[in-house]
Design a protein. Structure first.
Length: 131
């Protein structure tokens, strides 16, 4: 599920400072979008799919025309812009509707037991060629 951030207070509570011990290692993805932005609308279904594919990652979206103070603080200059957070700190970003880059960042930063299990599965998924 992708949750909407509708105020600076909500941004601070959910992403920037409201990180408890249980969530400190969890990856958070923030989609900064605008309702008039065609690429934002086009990528939205894929972000919803990512939220279902990666239940260990928290997904949020924020309309830059509604939460202008946070958009300004973050320095959003193009939409969509995706910010990646861990422990309340921004660790990376992707500018533009590049699903491959977003997925790569999710895979890189999600960590935890789920990522370790996926890495083991990938390592064990070896094709054997018959002679």
């Amino acid at each position: 599920m992708v949750q909407e951030i509708s105020s600076k207070a909500e941004f601070v509570t959910r992403i920037a400072e409201g990180i408890d011990d249980e969530r400190k290692d969890r990856l958070i993805v923030l989609d900064c979008y605008a309702t008039w932005c065609g690429p934002c609308r086009a990528i939205a279904p894929k972000i919803i799919q990512f939220s279902q594919d990666y239940p260990d990652v928290e997904f949020y979206k924020m309309d830059v025309d509604t939460v202008t103070d946070v958009a300004g603080d973050l320095g959003v200059r193009a939409m969509p812009t995706f910010y990646f957070y861990k422990g309340g700190k921004k660790i990376d970003e992707v500018v533009g509707a590049d699903t491959s880059a977003i997925k790569a960042k999710i895979e890189k930063y999600r960590g935890g037991a789920a990522a370790a299990a996926a890495a083991v599965d990938a390592k064990n998924d070896v094709e054997i060629e018959e002679a």
